[in-house]
Ligand binder design. Structure first.
Ligand SMILES: O=C(O)CCC(=O)C(=O)O
Ligand SMILES: [Fe+2]
Length: 344
């Protein structure tokens, strides 16, 4: 039995497993709701909630403000729809020092991500990438030479805590067609450095951002705004119209602050957050940038506000070219079938 290729002509493919098709001899598709699978068996309930580009089940299960302990870390849900989590103490101090030293030794480039046109959206910001698999000798005794090991460990912890089981399995099996991790990015902002509103894009379905020196400044205008956002299709808008919508809101979003405190940010008229979350050095936030159907979720727009002092972060990005974009539903049905299909 093959997949209903005819449905591929539509931008949405029915999320119907092969087993279901065999059982029901049915081909269902919808151009409105790709995951509206009728629920009449446990298998189908599982299918309708199966979202490999979302949080793992143990995190999906917790509500905003609730914490759990998993993989040795304390994880709290900061927002639901969009999903944002906080992990305490993801990177220990000695590893943070190694990453910052290695970035400097390796050399950091001016970060100049371009938006359309010539405007660069980052200011006073520098970055480098730490290759987790570069072969290094520790003979010479410099701590920063351990950086690849630290990068590997950081990426591994990030995905163990935050990637869906299916994605972790795929990464364990090096199925890069489904999911892979980028090298670890280390970025530094000088005082007044910033990174304007953006969506992480490039099929980066999961971002795990760790604060290396305890300075925050990350702002999610639509974090923690589930009810206010009811009925708005954030996949059909463009970033400009989404941001103009934001301007209508009196108070919105989640601001992450560190040891620098919130005053510097709140004095600017730039934004009025609904919630301020305090982080410490070593803490990490994780967020999921794509909808189950593969569309960019613009509720995950975020920025780094201009920082009052030097700021260091490292970022682990997990990408799925297969599960973002127009054929995501099709690929997801295939994945569901291979992971859960046999169990029914
Ligand atoms: O520096 C921050 O707080 C945000 C960084 C960020 O959004 C990115 O690197 O994509
Ligand atoms: Fe970002």
């Amino acid at each position: 039995m093959s997949y209903p290729l005819v449905s591929l002509a539509f931008s949405r493919v029915a999320y119907t497993t092969r087993r279901q098709m065999q059982n029901n001899n049915l081909r269902r598709f919808s151009t409105i709701e790709p995951f509206a699978v009728d629920v009449d068996t446990n298998g189908e309930t599982l299918a309708s909630s199966f979202n490999p580009v979302g949080p793992p089940d143990f995190l999906s299960a917790i509500t905003v403000g609730e914490s759990i302990r998993s993989h040795g870390k304390n994880i709290t849900r900061l927002s639901s729809s969009p999903d944002i989590f906080l992990a305490k103490d993801l990177i220990p101090e000695e590893d943070r020092i190694i990453l910052m030293q290695a970035a400097q030794v390796q050399g950091m480039k001016v970060a100049g991500t371009k938006q359309s046109g010539e405007n660069t959206v980052r200011k006073n910001s520098y970055l480098t990438w730490i290759d987790p698999f570069s072969i290094v000798s520790t003979d010479e005794g410099s701590d920063w030479r351990d950086a690849p090991l630290v990068a590997r460990d950081t990426i591994f912890k990030s995905r163990s805590c935050f990637a869906h089981d299916v994605m972790n399995d795929s990464m364990n099996n090096a199925e890069i067609g489904i999911c892979f991790a980028e090298d670890l990015q280390v970025a530094k902002y000088d005082k007044d450095g910033r990174f304007d509103y953006h969506h992480d894009g490039y099929s980066r379905y999961l971002t795990v951002l760790s604060y290396l020196n305890g300075v925050g400044g990350t702002y999610f205008p639509f974090g923690g705004m589930k009810d206010e956002l009811e009925g708005i299709d954030f996949t059909n808008e463009n970033e400009v119209s989404v941001l103009s919508f934001k301007r209508q809101l009196e108070k919105c979003g989640i601001l992450i602050v560190g040891e620098e405190g919130s005053d510097a940010y709140l004095q600017s008229a730039f934004m009025k957050p609904k919630q301020v979350v305090q982080i410490e050095a070593g803490d990490a936030i994780a967020f999921y940038n794509y909808m189950p159907g593969g569309e960019k979720d613009l509720r995950l727009l975020h920025c780094s506000l201009p920082v009052p002092k030097e700021k260091w972060i490292s970022t682990a990005w997990f990408r799925s070219d297969a599960l973002t974009g127009p054929f995501a539903s099709f690929k997801k049905a295939q994945l569901f079938e291979s992971f859960y299909g046999g169990a029914q």
